[in-house]
Ligand binder design. Structure first.
Ligand SMILES: [Mn+2]
Length: 375
């Protein structure tokens, strides 16, 4: 594995490349051209400039998160082919700049969904949290306003104000899109981009839907092993793989994360590792769920909050997650995921420096111990 940190670029991120360079073991960043609209072409020159900036700090540009997919591609809208063509050319330009991993997602309207960006925990840190009752109560068109006050003045990926101003229009766009149509449109997209991925050895790594269930009646397809298998079979190419995001798949406690990792050997191109704590969960019929770690989760509409990376602070067994990645011989970029806001840092919720740095070091500690104990 190659330890990395996500970085939004010098114009947007509160964390600097210099700071990232000083985190033990972090060799690269995962970044993006944050100002680019989905469907827009990334020129080779723009990519080259970004890469030079990263390399000047002593880090590697380990991959892109994300080259976003336009709504026309997701809904088979009138500009679909034009946007796919721009995506293909973007991949070509990335390949020429020796960049070989591209993360993307196929979520309708909202990117990841949380109801709180700064839930205060016992130790005074703040974290992102999700409460199903709050989601059920809220008018989706008001979703953005409800969390905008907690963004610390940052622009959050997938929650850009320009995009949220069009949220009603977006809901209309997805009115006739069910999960079957979404799968069909994903297939169309993947078939179109695989040749350029083959040519430049670019791994496409789809990010799961977060949380791993339908929100506001919108379809969500990248949620469990069955659906990932379907996605990989429908365009059967090793470059068609996944971002294994523990915190996203893990929102459903019935997703056995280590088992999924083992089943995905060879198709995990990027890993996001973080922990969360379940406060309540139940199946749709209201029945209790025992999570893959054996935890009996209190019954109720889902409520979870992000936790420290440490196993002891959340519901996941981080040792088992890292061990599974180690066992499958995972060599791709990995990053700590959302961190808590601690030590009075003000930054993009989930993407401050301090707690993610702690996460990066903890994951590497687990990795080292697993590697040495296996000898
Ligand atoms: Mn993730």
């Amino acid at each position: 594995m190659e330890m990395t940190l996500r970085w939004y670029g010098s114009a947007f991120d509160t964390v600097t490349l210099r700071q990232i360079r000083q985190i033990p073991g972090v060799k690269g960043v995962i970044t993006t051209l944050y100002q680019k609209a989905p469907g827009e072409l990334w020129t080779r020159e723009e990519i080259h400039t970004l890469k030079e900036e990263v390399e000047a700090s002593g880090l590697k540009l380990s991959g892109i998160e994300s080259v976003n997919i336009s709504d026309d591609i997701k809904t088979a809208g009138p500009l679909r082919d034009e946007h796919i063509q721009a995506y293909i050319e973007t991949l070509e330009n990335l390949g020429k700049e020796d960049i070989h991993m591209v993360c993307y997602n196929f979520m309708p309207v909202f990117d990841w969904t949380r109801t709180e960006l700064a839930r205060v925990r016992e130790d005074g840190s703040t974290v992102l949290a999700y409460n199903q009752e709050a989601v059920d109560r809220i008018d989706p068109e008001r979703m953005f306003e409800s969390i905008a006050g907690d963004m610390n003045g940052t622009v959050m990926p997938g929650w850009e104000p320009e995009r949220m101003a069009r949220v009603k229009e977006l809901f209309d766009l997805y009115r006739d899109i069910d999960s079957e149509k979404l799968f069909e449109n994903l297939k169309y997209f993947l078939e179109a981009v695989m040749p350029v991925c083959d040519k430049y050895d670019i791994n496409m790594a789809i990010h799961p839907d977060d949380p791993a269930w339908s929100v506001f009646g919108l379809p969500r397809i990248i949620t469990n092993m069955e659906n990932i298998s379907r996605m990989m079979k429908m365009v059967d190419n090793p470059h068609n793989g996944v971002t294994f995001c523990a915190g996203s798949y893990g929102t459903n406690p019935e997703n056995d994360l280590p088992e999924m990792i083992r089943a995905l050997r060879g198709r995990i191109h990027f890993a996001h590792v973080r922990n969360l704590r379940f406060n309540r969960f139940c199946r749709e019929d209201g029945s209790q769920v025992t999570s893959w770690t054996g935890e009996k989760i209190p019954v109720g509409k889902p409520d979870f909050e992000e936790a420290q990376h440490l196993s002891s602070d959340g519901s996941f067994d981080m040792y088992e997650i890292v061990r599974a990645l180690h066992d499958i011989g995972f060599e791709g970029p990995i990053r700590p995921d959302h961190g808590r806001m601690i030590w009075d840092e003000k930054g993009m919720p989930g993407y401050g420096l301090y707690d993610r740095a702690l996460g990066a070091v903890y994951i590497q500690g687990l990795w080292e111990a697993i590697e040495k104990s296996g000898r």
